[in-house]
Design a binder for this molecule. Structure first.
Ligand code: GDP
Ligand code: GDP
Length: 434
């Protein structure tokens, strides 16, 4: 489980500035994948051993009438599912009624809250910070989000507040873990039922909070699989229609645990902006990906073309992903999914030797030299494996900081082709001596 931080506070206190600072490492990724737009609300924070998720609740005290019901619901869910809340106030404004109101609400939430006094740049932070003790939320932490000042110390607080998050799932061998993800009503439960067929399964449901998915282990042709069902329940019969409580955080936690993600899009509706944002986060997590174009049955040829074009345009950053038209309802295209999942798993978990990775590197360089920087050529010397799921290639060289995004992209594609990787992103890490 990734710990979840929710950023809360009235408008203009600096939430999105802090969000941007925390998720900065993402910029590099964006550069290597043209077409990937950042989600301004959900992001990933690189932090020691384990990353965190951060959610900017943005609109919390904005005119609540003004924000749409969906956004409002997601703010509530984010607060429920957060492990820790960073409550931001503005050092320059002092305490005001809106801060008081939020503080009251947060005290009732019963979650760890860190009171963050932002914009302390150029002012005497001791005096200012002192005033905020009266909010009765413990010792305020002064920061300047726009300069990144004291943000590291702020993150340090997390370890004291959140015990290491353990869960049952990680302790057992899931075999190949497949997350079924997508917006409400795209057909996730229908697909889960279809994939399981007549399989008798024991479903285990964790603590029962909204952020927990259902885990369904089973065997097929001697291979162990676990389906991670984010729809929340295996609806065998549709006697009672339960409205799914859609949680983006839950989807992100499921993605984290998966080897392969099957992301369903309702082909009747096409790709929504929200699909694009969640898929951006799948890429950031580095997961092998199948995009299932569900409800393909009964679509006109024109509409099918439209959806395919739309995917090329809106999801250009996912050129590595497998795209499969399916009908979860009628079963067409579903039978093949297991084989595809298997190949993607093999790609995501590939073992690559240093001689092979180094040879591919020199072939790539021979075909296309790295550019000159200040009259000197950037040198790339050798490569070794740095991880799996996704495959990570660590490339050692000189002046690698100056490598342009286009050349990194070229290397990424070259490795993907040579290693015959299917459906998984590959991550390149460059190392130069100091
Ligand atoms: P949000 O509405 O809470 O998301 O606030 P924003 O992140 O949009 O910030 C509101 C304004 O405060 C912007 O003009 C920021 O540049 C400014 N700001 C944010 N953090 C700092 C800071 O640490 N110091 C100073 N001086 N200004 C800041
Ligand atoms: P979930 O909310 O993502 O779990 O979606 P459900 O599995 O509950 O499906 C939502 C609705 O879409 C139901 O009425 C399903 O019968 C319907 N549905 C699911 N898959 C398909 C499909 O492939 N084709 C068609 N025509 N309808 C489907």
């Amino acid at each position: 489980m990734l710990p979840v931080i929710a950023l809360v506070g009235r408008p203009n206190v600096g939430k999105s500035t802090l969000f941007n600072y925390l998720t900065r490492s993402r910029e590099a990724l964006v550069a290597d994948y043209p077409g990937l737009t950042r989600d301004r609300q959900y992001g990933r924070v690189k932090r020691g051993e384990r990353d965190c998720l951060v959610v900017d609740t943005g609109g919390i005290t904005d005119d609540q009438e003004g924000i749409d019901a969906f956004a409002k619901k997601q703010v509530e869910i984010a607060l429920q599912e957060a492990d820790v809340v960073f409550f931001l106030v503005d050092a320059r404004d002092g305490i005001n009624a809106a801060d008081q109101a939020i503080a009251d609400m947060l005290r009732k939430l019963g979650k760890p809250v860190v009171l963050v006094v932002n914009k302390i740049d150029g002012i005497d932070s001791n005096t200012v910070t002192h005033d905020f003790y009266s909010l009765a939320l413990g010792e305020p932490v002064p920061i300047a989000a726009s300069h990144g000042r004291n943000v590291h110390e702020l993150l340090g607080r997390i370890d004291d507040l959140i015990p290491p998050l353990e869960d049952e799932f990680e302790e057992q061998d899931p075999g190949i873990a497949i997350a079924i993800v997508g917006r409400p009503n795209v057909g996730k439960s229908t697909l889960v039922n279809r994939l399981l067929g007549e399989e008798r399964v024991v479903v285990f449901d964790e603590a029962g909070t909204t952020r927990d998915s259902i885990y369904i282990p089973f065997e097929r042709n001697g291979q162990k699989f676990t389906l991670i069902d984010t729809a929340g329940m295996r609806r065998r019969s549709r006697v009672s229609l339960t409205v799914e409580k859609f949680s983006i955080i839950k989807s992100l936690q499921a993605i984290e645990k998966a080897h392969v993600v099957i992301y369903l899009i309702d082909a009747r509706e096409g790709v929504t902006d929200q699909d694009a944002h969640i898929l951006g986060l799948v890429l950031e997590a580095g997961r092998a990906l199948i995009i299932g174009l569900n409800k393909w049955d009964g679509l006109s040829a024109e509409h099918r073309d439209f959806v395919k074009k739309q995917i090329e345009m809106k999801l250009s950053f996912l050129d590595f992903a497998e795209k499969h038209p399916i009908s979860a309802l009628h079963g067409s295209g579903v039978g093949k999914l297991f084989d595809v999942v298997h190949s993607l798993y093999d790609s995501a978990m590939i073992d690559m030797s240093t001689p092979v990775l180094t040879r591919i590197l020199s072939d790539a360089i021979a075909a296309h030299q790295p550019p000159l920087v200040g009259g000197r050529r950037i040198k790339l010397k050798y490569a070794h494996q740095g991880g799996r799921n996704p495959p990570v290639v660590v490339i050692h060289g000189v002046q690698t900081d100056a490598l342009p995004a286009a050349y990194k992209r070229y290397l990424m594609n070259y490795y993907r082709e040579q290693l015959r990787l299917q459906g998984t992103p590959i991550r390149l890490v460059f190392k130069s001596p100091e």
